[in-house]
Design a protein around this ligand. Structure first.
Ligand code: KG4
Ligand code: ZN
Length: 352
């Protein structure tokens, strides 16, 4: 079986990332993966500012690619295909990465792979653990919360999604209330560590209702309202340390209950169809308590959880390079006029 080396570029949000991945005999190997975060640029605003992100991508993309190539010990002659996120995401950033990949593909006369960012997350467990199709995937990130029936490459059915906020988004919004550093998810996880998750009774929207859809905004509002009430009671600017930690832990427990409940519904749907593998992707998948709980849900339903390492759950170039490599191996490629898309459902097919 031929070997393919693919350069992958990810610029859909606030990470400028590039990676070189080798696909050989169905197995993946990350030769290099480089990420330049933009935390300092966005921190003053408490969230990602699209215009600032696009400009930062332009400034960093060339050096990030050069660094990835140098670390991998390859030059452009060694690259068999150029992959970039073509959506969904912040359109200014997506345009920067996709245009770069197009220019490289054109200049080197090699295939372009216009990758759906969500497909990158959904396929990462195949890169890290060689998971076979079909499987159930849960993508939990700042922009998306989706349960996906992954039948085959390019064949995805969304069996549950969020009706309002994404899981990572509520972590970020609640963390902002706690005045934690941006991005809020990891900081909130640290605050919750050691806290009593049973101290405060918070809602678990959708839990026990039919279907596998999620909803988080009611939980977010209830958490912030409770925090405000506690603040008034304490007559202070900030909550005392143990109350803050208990509230963060109670919030995290509620999110995890919601995730676990909907994952159980999806497993109940798919187990009779012979599904027994469960894959995690997206930044919230880096959360240790989330991983632990989902592992026990998987065991209950006879599924094996494959959770890529946290560095490959958050946005990265390797997942895009790998998704591109999987497509390249099958002889798929994209035209040089492949569009950048702000919105792009996996069900629309992963090729333009
Ligand atoms: O997949 P990702 O890097 O970017 C998107 O595609 O959105 O996910 C970023 C999201 C952010 O909302 C971030 O706060 C959240 O994932 N996140 C976490 C953790 N690490 C990242 N949420 C909870 N616990 C974490 N440890
Ligand atoms: Zn992502």
């Amino acid at each position: 079986m031929p070997h393919y080396v693919v350069l992958g570029i990810e610029t859909s949000c606030d990470e400028t990332a590039a990676a070189v991945v080798r696909h050989a005999d169905g197995r993946g190997e990350i030769l290099a993966s480089v990420t330049a975060a933009q935390i300092a640029e966005h921190a003053p605003y408490g969230g990602v500012v699209p215009e600032i992100a696009a400009r930062a991508h332009v400034e960093r993309i060339n050096s990030v690619i050069a660094e990835a190539m140098a670390q991998a010990g390859v030059d452009f002659n060694d690259i068999d295909g150029f992959a970039a996120t073509a959506g969904p995401g912040l359109i200014g950033g997506v345009l920067v990465g996709l245009a770069t990949a197009k220019a490289l593909a054109l200049a080197r006369q090699k295939p372009l792979l216009a990758v759906n960012h969500l497909e990158g997350h959904a396929l990462t467990a195949r890169l890290t653990d060689g998971v076979d199709f079909p499987y159930l995937a849960l993508l939990i990130s700042g922009g998306h919360t989706q349960l996906i029936q992954v039948e085959e490459l390019g064949c995805y059915r969304i069996i549950g999604t969020t009706l309002d906020d994404a899981a990572g988004e509520v972590f970020d919004k609640v963390a902002k209330f706690f005045r934690l550093d941006f991005p809020g998810g990891p900081a909130l996880e640290r605050l919750a560590a050691g806290g009593n998750g049973n101290r405060f009774d918070l809602p678990r929207p959708m839990l026990g209702k039919p279907g596998a859809d999620f909803s988080f905004s009611g939980l977010k509002t209830a958490t912030i309202r409770l925090a405000n009430r506690l603040l008034q009671e304490q007559e202070g600017e900030v909550l005392d340390a143990s109350t803050a930690s208990d509230l963060a832990a109670s919030f995290q427990c509620a999110v995890i209950d919601c995730l676990a409940g909907r994952v159980a519904v999806a497993m109940e749907m798919l187990a009779p169809k012979g599904y027994n593998r469960f894959v995690l992707g997206g930044g919230v998948g880096a959360n240790a308590s989330v991983r632990e709980r989902l592992d026990s849900v998987a065991q209950e339903w006879g599924f094996r959880l494959v959770a890529p390492p946290p560095s490959l759950c958050v946005d990265n170039g390797a997942m895009i390079a790998w998704a591109g490599a999987e497509r390249l191996v099958r002889g798929w490629r994209d035209a040089l006029d492949a569009p950048a898309r702000a919105r792009w459902s996996l069900e629309q097919g992963a090729t333009a």
